[in-house]
Design a protein around this ligand. Structure first.
Ligand code: ADP
Ligand code: ZN
Length: 611
């Protein structure tokens, strides 16, 4: 048991470190408790959403405890940014991985042996190569396992190279281990503890709620319309950037081409591109040289760019963990950000196909089903998400599409019967699009040649347009009246429950489809800039931003390594004129104050004289 005295001592020390190196005045929820547990030698498992501030949970102990903190991360591409960021705060950090030369790696190992490094980032495979040599030679204060869900078969991102990490506890039994992840369901959480052999760990589960994210889901309209809707979102943030996630390389390339043609500054990222091309795209995005990043799901793991204002899913992701992580990249500065997910029948078909081809089909299929439930849901989306992560939530958020435009319930029995009997009369031989054509009485060649125009239900659904039909068929799929035969050309089949509806034994309720729904919800959403806290002068903010860009250029580092937007916002509010006042700004530690106070305070003084 930790004595009160020791606890107070750790708290004072860690708060000092937080202020001195990172420039923050206080801990976020749970950070202090986690840091105290780690510093007193306890193993920890930390579940905190993206942007919640996991890094501080091991970086502060790394500076409080004697020795070096070893951080295991699968994200080699990001290690250099993280190291640069720490170094800019005056922290001796380094990394060890296959993306740098062997000479560099050897030099770093020498520095480790001489205790010149406080935080070391290392890839799991590299750690396994070295770890036995380190026993008795390197004073390790702490092991931090980032993206810890990668160790579990039950997670959504299993990585075989993680399974060797139990060696850590075998070789360093008395060194605390902290496992951190942003996404893990119950099963995965238990598995992480077991796989890493954590001893009586303290488990911390933070709230997954990200109240600044506006959540919305839209049925995919036709391609041209969808592109218009996407452009409309981009246009709402002319000075800011966002990410568009696509399902495949091909659709990524298509989307990038379409947007480029419309004159947007677009970057592209997918696994088919070479490592150098990818890392340049990532860098361009981080440095703000491109406005929109079009990417497959591979992009953005751990990306620390705080001012992403929107994340658009051009297609439905394959599970809620992934989706949550991806939307979580928006609004990490805590200011309002918007997320829009498009989904369609063909997304579901494609994903089922991927899953059927891959490993662990059953787990993944179940996860996909939960994703579809979310997309189809008519209740507060935040509640659905939080309940997925087993977090209680007893009120609607008021800030998602379903809260702003609650779906209206209608009796859908007749609509469903029309669709079902049309399916029956074709002998269950048609897919969604052809079915809609039949219902709407289209004169398409395929309909005429197959004689579908002679069916009794031909044209019976003229009163509804195609988007409405798509929406209702999707709901029918959801409530289990129909199924899609993914192994038979995606033809629609009627279930037992569907038969009950056809024969009038069962009634059906739908959420009413509103074609204008999307426009309304986007208008009620106000401009994030206006909602920024306090009295932020936009002109001053822009000037500070320009200064930051200049400094970043001179030092050839990304702008966020200098200061993030939240720090600039706080500068606009506090308007520091002296070094002392500059140190009071959130996000300004001693090292950065020393480096930058003259430039930034001078700009603020000049700004006030001018205005
Ligand atoms: P993640 O949980 O995704 O790893 P990070 O550790 O990258 O999140 O933190 C997200 C952002 O929050 C970073 O910009 C970080 O500097 C900031 N942050 C973390 N802790 C605090 C704090 N106590 N006060 C202010 N900002 C913080
Ligand atoms: Zn809501």
């Amino acid at each position: 048991m930790l004595s009160e005295e020791k606890k107070t001592h750790i708290e004072t020390q860690s708060l000092g470190v937080l202020k001195r190196f990172f420039g923050y005045d206080s801990f976020r929820p749970q950070q202090q408790e986690i840091i105290t547990a780690v510093c007193s030698g306890r193993d920890c498992e930390v579940l905190m959403p993206t942007g919640g501030g996991k890094s501080i949970c091991y970086q502060v102990p790394a500076l409080v405890l004697p020795g070096v903190c070893i951080v295991v991360s699968p994200l080699i591409a990001l290690m250099n940014d993280q190291v640069m960021n720490l170094q800019s705060c005056g922290i001796p950090a380094a990394s060890l991985h296959s993306n740098q030369t062997e000479a560099e790696n050897i030099e770093i190992i020498h520095r480790l042996m001489r205790s010149e490094v406080k935080i070391l980032y290392v890839s799991p495979e590299r750690l396994m190569l070295e770890i036995e040599n380190w026993v008795g030679k390197i004073d390790v204060s702490l092991f931090a396992i980032d993206e810890a869900h990668c160790i579990s078969q039950w997670g959504h991102d299993f990585r075989p190279e993680y399974t060797q990490l139990h060696r850590i506890k075998e070789l360093f039994p008395s060194v605390p281990v902290i496992a951190l992840t942003a996404t893990a369901d119950k099963l995965t959480r238990a598995d992480i503890i077991e796989q890493l052999r954590l001893k009586n760990p303290a488990v911390f589960i933070s709230s997954f709620d990200r109240p600044n994210l506006y959540l919305s889901v839209r049925q995919s309209p036709q391609k041209a319309k969808k592109l218009n809707q996407i452009c409309e979102i981009i246009d709402r943030y002319p000075d800011d950037c966002g990410i568009i996630y696509c399902i495949s390389r091909k659709s990524t390339e298509q989307m990038a081409a379409d947007l480029t043609e419309r004159g947007y500054s677009v970057g592209m990222y997918h696994a088919g591109l070479g490592a150098a091309v990818r890392s340049r795209a990532q860098e361009d995005f981080i440095h703000g040289r491109i406005q929109v990043m079009v990417a497959t799901l591979a992009f953005g793991m751990g990306i620390d760019k705080s001012n992403i204002r929107y994340v658009i899913h051009n297609n439905m992701p394959r599970n809620i963990e992934g989706y949550y992580q991806e939307i979580g990249r928006a609004g990490r500065d805590g200011l309002p950000a918007e997320t829009v997910m498009f989904y369609s029948f063909s997304d579901v078909a494609t994903l089922k196909h991927f899953i059927a081809e891959g490993e662990r089909e059953q787990v993944n299929m179940e996860k996909l089903t939960r994703m579809i439930d979310y997309a189809e849901s008519g209740v507060c989306r935040r509640r659905v998400l939080l309940s997925y992560f087993s977090e209680p939530c007893d009120s609607d958020c008021g800030h998602c599409d379903n809260c702003i435009n609650p779906p209206q319930r209608i009796d859908g029995t007749i609509i469903a019967q029309k669709a079902l009997s049309a399916i029956l009369r074709t002998g269950e031989q048609v897919g969604v699009y052809l079915l809609i054509d039949i219902l709407r009485g289209s004169a398409k060649a395929e309909i005429i040649t197959k004689g579908y125009d002679r069916l009794k239900t031909y044209g019976a659904g003229r009163d509804l347009d195609s988007p409405a039909w798509r929406a209702y068929l999707s709901q029918m799929l959801q409530i289990g009246l129909i199924e899609v035969a993914y192994d038979d050309g995606n033809k629609l089949k009627i279930t037992e429950a569907g038969r009950d509806v056809v024969f009038g034994k069962q009634k059906v309720t739908f959420s009413k489809f509103f074609p204008e729904q999307h426009k309304k919800s986007s208008k009620t959403k106000d401009n994030p800039k206006q909602r920024a806290e306090g009295n932020v002068d936009d002109k001053l903010f822009q000037e500070l931003r320009r200064l930051r860009a200049d400094m970043a250029k001179i030092q050839s580092v990304p702008a966020f390594v200098i200061f993030d937007n939240k720090t600039l916002t706080d500068m606009c509010i506090k308007r520091p004129k002296t070094r002392e006042q500059f140190l009071q700004v959130n996000g300004v530690g001693e090292m950065k104050a020393e480096r930058y106070w003259t430039h930034f305070t001078r700009l603020i003084r000049q700004f006030e004289e001018k205005n």
